[in-house]
Design a protein around this ligand. Structure first.
Ligand SMILES: Cc1cc2nc3c(=O)[nH]c(=O)nc-3n(C[C@H](O)[C@H](O)[C@H](O)COP(=O)(O)OP(=O)(O)OC[C@H]3O[C@@H](n4cnc5c(N)ncnc54)[C@H](O)[C@@H]3O)c2cc1C
Length: 413
């Protein structure tokens, strides 16, 4: 029997596995599909430490009519999901009050301050520092007023130690000559970088887990068997039972069902996102670039240019509406006219999203041998290595590197 059974082989489960192995624990990782092929595959690949301000923020409520009416807009709520996710949406909107936003941002900040160093050590340890580009991200605006409108966010980030530099349109052009179109200014995001290949990252982590003696168990974790306040076995859909000493639940957007069996009702929604991945883009970008006025990210990856983003509230495991991905490619051509999307692929995936945009990290209150680590929303890639460290610290009964009280699973009671 392994020391720790980890459910879910995305960035969170894999980083947790390696961090536990660092402390001498043996691990087994249960994955129902292919390792790293959940949200950790198709994301935009940003390492975005300053992304501490939640998606729901002051003023967001005014945008709701647009969210409901424009299926091609950056955030869309499918009418079919509205009734089912209404309670979640109300909680999400409530988290956008200024005092709550300040609390969320300052709770996430200590974790975010660690992400660069934690990934630095992890990538060094697995011999793949090349998987993180060292060129800072860029944000683009059609008009300075769009940047000014978000002053609250910029100020809050700066107060918490996440800086940026405002630059002119001609400076944008110097940095990224391929960019054209209506851009008049930009912002360089200090210490924000990008992963050059998210799938290569999760694969390298999985190889490391196995190289250190970890076991990958194919199968879907379905339920738990408990005795005297501890989970003793994880039952798989195949009927197999896995004896366990400690469990980590890191099944991304699908963690809700299993956490309910632990007596927890955690408001976890699937927030779908899309990408178009162009293998031969015929344009060169040096850095990951968020086109704020268009609502999408362009990330130069080892395998091509990824155009990704958008949020769609469409319920759990919805059928993809690839028109949303096509719109991303069309809008990308507005600022990269030479972009070639021949042979491109389209993808939809689910961000595991909690209304307050903070992850759930901590022990399950009723089962002290279960640690929860999911709900990382739009920053799960960014927080992967640091979450892994915290999970290992919890299990090893060490003092976590940051205050994890704000992330506790029982905060929704
Ligand atoms: C379009 C888009 C863009 C994004 N861009 C960024 C970005 O630029 N930067 C950033 O930091 N984050 C970004 N994110 C968010 C980030 O991708 C996620 O927060 C992160 O990947 C979540 O990781 P995870 O390990 O929790 O989940 P996942 O990667 O989804 O992994 C969960 C795994 O658990 C497995 N699983 C589920 N249920 C079971 C079960 N019962 N038994 C066994 N296995 C199970 C699944 O098969 C899956 O492999 C983006 C997300 C999207 C959708």
């Amino acid at each position: 029997m392994a020391d720790v059974t980890i459910i879910g082989g995305g960035i969170i489960g894999l980083c947790s596995s390696v961090a536990l192995q660092d402390r001498g624990y043996s691990v087994e990782l249960i994955e129902r599909g292919e390792l790293g092929m959940g949200a950790s595959y198709g994301n935009c690949g940003l390492l975005a430490p300053g992304e501490v301000v939640p998606v729901s923020r002051p003023g967001v409520i005014r945008k709701i009519p647009r969210w409901l009416l424009d299926p091609e807009g950056p955030l869309f709520v499918r009418p079919s999901a509205l009734a089912r996710d209404l309670t979640w949406l109300l909680k999400f909107l409530r988290a956008g009050r200024e005092d709550t936003v300040r609390h969320i941002a300052s709770s996430l900040a200590p974790m975010m301050k660690r992400v660069n160093a934690d990934y630095g050590h992890l990538l060094e340890a697995i011999g793949r520092p090349d998987l993180l580009s060292q060129v800072e991200n860029l944000m683009l605006f059609n008009d300075r007023s769009e940047y000014e409108r978000d002053r609250f966010t910029w100020n809050l980030r700066r107060e918490l130690g996440f800086d940026h530099t405002f630059i002119s349109g001609s400076q944008v052009k110097e940095l990224e000559p391929a960019i054209e179109g209506p851009i008049t200014c930009g912002v360089i995001m200090k210490d924000w970088y990008h992963f050059t290949d998210p799938l290569a990252l999760t694969r390298a982590l999985a190889e490391e887990v196995v190289r250190r003696g970890g076991r990958i168990v194919p199968g879907e974790a379905l339920s738990f068997e408990a005795e005297r306040g501890r989970i003793r076995r994880v039952k798989l859909r195949s009927g197999a039972r896995i004896d366990t000493k400690q469990v980590v639940l890191s099944a991304g957007a699908w963690s809700g069902l299993l956490s309910r069996q632990l007596g927890l009702r955690i408001p976890l929604a699937h927030l779908s996102g899309y990408h178009v991945h162009a293998p031969h883009p015929q344009v060169h970008l040096e850095r990951a670039t968020y086109y704020a006025s268009g609502g999408f990210v362009l990330t130069p990856m080892a395998t091509g240019l990824r155009i990704g983003g958008t949020i769609e509230i469409a319920g759990a495991d919805p059928k993809p509406n690839f028109r949303r991905a096509d719109v991303l490619a069309e809008r990308a051509k507005m600022i990269l006219p030479a972009l070639d999307i021949a042979d491109s692929t389209r993808w939809m995936g689910a961000r595991p999203f909690i209304p307050d945009t903070m992850p759930v990290i901590g022990r399950a209150p009723a089962f002290e041998n279960v640690t929860l680590a999911f709900g990382h929303g739009q920053v799960g890639m960014t927080l992967g290595a640091t979450t892994g460290q915290i999970v290992a610290q919890i299990i090893a009964n060490e003092q976590p590197a940051v205050d994890i009280i704000p992330f506790r699973p029982q905060r929704f009671a």
